[in-house]
Design a protein around this ligand. Sequence first.
Ligand code: AMP
Ligand code: GLY
Length: 413
Amino acid sequence: MRVLLIGSGGREHALAVGLAADPSVEFLAAAPGNPGIAQVAELHEVKATDPAAVAALAVELAADLVVVGPEAPLVAGVADAVRAKGIACFGPSAAAARLEGSKAFANEVMAAAGVPTARSYACTSPDEVGRALDDFGPPYVVKNDGLAAGKGVVVTDDRAAAERHAADCGRVVIEEFLPGPEVSLFVVTDGTAAVPLMPAQDFKRLADGDEGPNTGGMGAYAPLDWAPADLVDRVLAETVEPTLAEMRRRGTPFAGLLYVGLALTPDGPKVIEFNARFGDPETQVVLALLETPLAGLLGAAATGALAQLPPLRWREGAAITVVVASQNYPGTPRTGDVIEGAEVPGVIHAGTARRDDGALISAGGRVLSVTATGPDLVAARDAAYTLVDSVRLDGAQFRTDIALGAVEGRIKL
Ligand code: AMP
Ligand code: GLY
């Protein structure tokens, strides 16, 4: 199989490693890719959000399968353009990707499907914002109603900060706060059949102890030994299947990766958000444990053949990934710093670039993530943090407590 992967982040590097390891993949290209992805794929330049350009590249490379990593190309219609050329594509149509592209749309679908989630109001005026904040009380949850790369959400007890974020965004969704530990569940789907991957936990805040601003994600681990045994079955029955049915009913089936972000509240799992793509950095840990060949799985979803796929196989043990971000992330990150020790197995590249003299430099907020597996979480943590210590980047920021709460048995349901 000839595969073209679209994207350039850590998620795409993890996907590229998985695709390259699948014996059925005889050729792997990525566009635009990054220096880490270049170790396993042939890189091509393309504007990932230009549907016609991506489709033309897929034709030129005689791709059998295109895998779209990030949300922006999906929302722009890249999967539609690729499929219009008769090429299988893993990723939802633009119409279906609105589950991520618009919080208000996702809430409308969840309401129609009876999916457990937070009560919410879509607001445009300061008056509406004020009434919604009064209704729910603190902690206030204010979300930008559009793509914001995981950074459009403010959760705060500070009423003035909540009002400021609403004013900055224009159109916002204000939600009831959902208490409880968070879980990310990825579901591979062809629109009808749904294959859940292993649940993982992400760390959204910048600093240890869940302090500081929200980010795209600072680390992740799996499996979640503390999660209820029926978690996946319950989320499939209460959330995934009704949502897929509602999307089919609307004539816009969702095929690709449905990312269900959940809070495990005292009343059961409730949806915090849907994404239309693999999560970053959870993908790094989930794929590190997946033994089933990746291209076969994604290809089956892209061709409507998921129901025929044998059950997934998983490796024993645990995986953890620790994100190394640049100075000042998630604000305007400092870039151009030289990175050393990052061209080894286990280091997944995100915001890296190659300077003219060949040096590896930082080129974004989340620069790389260090992924390790082990017989258990303690061993995986030790291995990951040992590797983090061998990476050199001036001004690097990383959390030292990824998976620590789970290791210490501190996660309370
Ligand atoms: P999102 O981009 O919607 O995933 O939001 C980013 C983060 O904000 C989530 O991972 C949660 O930590 C937090 N968050 C968002 N919505 C809520 C909510 N309704 N209740 C509690 N926390 C939330
Ligand atoms: N890890 C969160 C996300 O990918 O949105």
